[in-house]
Design a binder for this molecule. Structure first.
Ligand code: FAD
Length: 745
């Protein structure tokens, strides 16, 4: 009798579920209806999809969709939004959605924190289902072993909070913005304030649980090929391969107290010179110290004019005294003083870094609040820089900034070096390691009142800035950070060879830009030569006659220059030509240099001019006199590719050139995002996935030994006791393991 009642109850529930889902389907087209029918198949009995499924007819559809759109530029788009949003609570629901989508030719997009710069996790040009991982954000910290399992829907703020709950001496090398999703972050490599000390976030991943396009779930050693996928998803964008359900990460030690500081310098406060020096210092300074730089334009104090402001924001893994000591020796130009610095716990520093107006002492609960952080309308591009940008070129950047209103654009600069130099470029599909001084994010932003014309202008400006930077950034190819998605770089390459076409075009464009720059330089040199013969105007537009300047300043400069040369000659300082090239191959790593370039010399002369200006009242704070290059030891750039590789090989690891990795079966797909709208690997075709249940089936039994390799080859046995089958279906598509029922290892 009891059995009869429970059966009828089940039947009623099932019928209600069907009615509900079929109502949802009333406005959907045929494919959509088929998809819904598939989801409601008796095969998936017991899984309440109605609670986690949203269609445009559903009243909460818009709020669910908008909830984690982080780039407001994409929030208003219509016509490219998902046909369905699913917010799974357990892994089996993710599997079902992927299977049904695959069977009914619906694209799948997966969303973590929603920070994708181009909205690729929730925008597509074809009908698609959005799997939003918001409900899969469980974090289990094992402080004893210094590890944690983190579900992909969690964000960096939640991770930092959960680690701190267990221990104040552990951290994860995450990013600087708390709401960034762990899935997207690690999928692109992931840098942050601990990168110089410990490498990328992806360098600290030790295992994963992954769902491929056939909806099979496996970990690092489950099946043939999973180690390759494990390599690929840590820097090659995880969504190119499938869905990472969770990550096992290694925690890293941090001191109980760290020190942070943020200081700003304007042009009148020598910002150009200090930033120029920063380029040499920040990637080479002690690896406990991370100093990022941010360039923007601001209004001057009287509000009448604009100036350039460079902010230096920093984390030091130690106390203030040690920090001041290092800064005094290695970066005296910044003139850091004790009152600029604050000691706090590591976890508080993550809130401080978000720079969202949270002073020291703010409640850590904010890390769990996904709505506490500002969202922006923005477009951005990125670059990697391998040689310091010459001072004259910085002036060109400032000029571009002056074309815009204050605050409309910024360049955020993250120094590398330190631990990053120890990995060969093929260690992960993040090749920007040794030899890269820093990464730049070039961005423009606006608000909801900005007119479309103005937005267009800002976007054009960004392109011009990007073009202007061409001669000073990485070449052949010009690299950009895969986590700073930029669709202007091209879409649609499915293979390495296809993408190489784009790469070659980029190389040609770069050559052209360089030729142009050279032509301009030649023209300038010719003009100068003519000027000195005929008499013309000087740099500031003042009239000069017969080669002799009308104003006295250039003469004074020349005298200063001569005085400096004499002083240097007395000290035995070498003066080399050719700007940054002085850094190459002259001293071994860690050895100090004691020479200056002609470019540096120009700078010192200009600096003296600026100091005079400062004294005239431009500077709000008293500063010690700045040290000059001849008294500041400079270190050689640590880029010695051969040595790095040798070290890697000595450590017993195999070195493969990054380009070779790219040409491999997995690697070649690793660095390019899938064509918007295509399921990764969808073209492999042929073999039906073993775990795909027929939509009208009532049950399907797989043995616990069955699993599939990446090609769907049933004959290939699983390679490890940690089998993916644990997460695959058993009987009527009920699952042995869910987040609440962890797998025993
Ligand atoms: C304000 C802001 C600050 C940032 N700060 C940093 C920083 O400090 N350091 C840094 O390295 N980057 C930073 N980024 C870039 C950020 O790392 C990337 O945008 C990242 O991809 C965002 O991940 P998400 O999960 O939040 O975004 P989403 O838009 O949800 O996802 C981004 C991409 O990853 C895919 N994806 C997400 N989860 C999974 C998964 N589980 N499996 C497979 N694919 C998945 C999505 O499909 C999409 O292609 C920042 C971005 C913003 C907007």
């Amino acid at each position: 009798m009891k059995r009869a009642i429970s059966s009828s109850l089940l039947l009623v529930t099932y019928l209600l579920l069907l009615i509900n889902l079929w109502t949802l389907a009333s406005s959907a087209d045929n494919a959509d209806q088929e998809f819904l029918k598939c989801l409601s198949s008796p095969f998936y009995e017991g899984i309440k999809l109605s609670e986690i499924l949203y269609t445009p007819n559903n009243s909460s559809y818009t709020s669910v969709l908008q909830s984690s759109i982080q780039n407001l530029r994409l929030a208003g788009l219509t016509g490219q939004m998902p046909s369905f949003i699913v917010t799974p609570i357990i892994y089996s629901q993710v599997q079902i959605v992927v299977l049904c989508a695959k069977n009914h030719q619906l694209q799948v997009r997966v969303r973590g924190g929603g920070h994708d710069f181009e909205g690729l996790s929730y925008v597509s040009d074809q009908p698609f289902v959005l799997i939003d991982l918001i409900n899969l954000r469980n974090i289990t910290v094992d402080a004893g072993n210094g590890t944690a399992w983190v579900q992909s829907g969690a964000n960096l703020g939640e991770l930092n909070y959960r680690i701190a709950e267990k221990s104040s001496e552990f951290a994860f090398p995450g990013g600087v913005w708390p709401t960034v999703g762990i899935g997207g972050f690690l999928g692109g490599g992931g840098y942050g304030s601990l990168t110089r000390k410990y490498g990328l976030g992806a360098d600290s991943v030790i295992d994963y649980r992954f769902l491929n396009y056939e909806s099979n779930v496996f970990d690092r050693v489950s099946v043939v090929g999973s180690e390759d996928i494990f390599w690929a998803v840590r820097g090659g964008t995880a969504s190119s391969f499938g869905i990472v359900l969770e990550w096992q990460i290694k925690l890293v030690p941090v001191p109980k107290n760290v020190t942070v500081f943020a200081v700003t310098r304007t042009l009148a406060q020598n910002a150009t010179w200090i930033f120029h020096q920063w380029q040499y210092v920040a990637p080479n300074i002690h690896r406990d110290l991370y100093i990022k730089a941010k360039i923007t334009s601001i209004k001057t104090a009287d509000g009448k004019e604009k100036t350039i402001q460079v902010s230096f924001e920093s984390l030091f893994l130690g106390p203030v005294d040690r920090l001041l000591n290092i800064m005094e020796k290695s970066f005296p130009e910044l003139d850091l003083v004790r009152k600029d610095c604050t000691e706090m716990s590591w976890v508080k520093s993550t809130l401080w870094f978000a720079n969202a107006g949270f002073p020291n002492g703010e409640s850590l609960e904010l890390l769990l609040n996904r709505n506490a952080f500002q969202k922006f309308y923005f477009k951005a591009k990125s670059d990697f820089v391998q040689e310091p940008i010459p001072a004259e070129a910085l002036d060109g950047i400032w000029k571009l900034f002056f074309e815009l209103e204050a605050g409309e654009a910024q360049i955020e600069i993250t120094p590398f070096g330190g631990k990053m130099d120890e990995f060969p470029e093929s260690a992960l599909p993040f090749p920007h390691r040794a030899g890269n001084l820093y990464m730049m994010l070039e961005g423009v932003q606006w608000d909801n009142k900005t007119s479309p014309e103005k937005q267009g202008k800002l976007l054009k400006w960004l392109e011009r800035l990007h073009m202007y930077l061409t001669p000073f950034v990485s070449k052949n190819p010009r690299a950009s950070y895969v986590n700073y998605n930029d669709l202007d770089l091209g879409v649609g390459s499915k293979t390495y060879d296809e993408a190489s076409v784009w790469e070659n075009e980029q190389a040609k464009a770069q050559e052209k830009a360089q030729e142009k720059a050279q032509e301009k330089a030649q023209e300038k040199a010719q003009e100068k030569a003519v000027e000195s013969q005929q008499g013309s105007t000087n740099r500031k537009g003042k009239r000069v006659e017969d080669g002799a300047p009308v104003t006295k300043k250039p003469v004074a400069r020349e005298l200063k220059r001569q005085k400096l040369s004499v002083r240097r000659a007395q000290k035995g300082v070498v003066i080399s030509e050719g700007g940054a090239s002085r850094e190459k191959g002259k001293a071994s790593v860690g050895e100090e240099e004691n020479f200056v370039t002609a470019e540096d010399e120009n700078y010192e002369v200009e600096k003296e001019d600026r100091e005079i200006k400062d004294k005239e009242g431009d500077v709000e704070r008293t500063r010690k006199p700045l040290s000059f290059l001849e008294t500041v030891p400079r270190k050689k750039l640590p880029f010695v590719r051969g040595e790095v590789v040798d070290e890697w090989e000595k450590s017993g690891k195999n070195y493969t050139a990054f380009s070779d990795k790219l040409r491999g079966d997995v690697g070649r797909k690793a660095v390019f995002m899938p064509t918007p709208g295509q399921l990764p690997f969808a073209s492999t075709g042929g073999t039906p996935p073993i775990s795909t249940p027929p939509c009208n089936a009532t049950s399907q039994q797989t043995t616990s030994k069955e699993t599939t390799n990446m090609q769907g080859d049933l004959s290939q046995p699983s390679q490890s006791p940690r089998r993916s089958v644990r997460l695959q279906m058993k009987g009527k598509f009920t699952f042995e393991n869910t987040p609440d029922d962890p797998i025993e290892l």
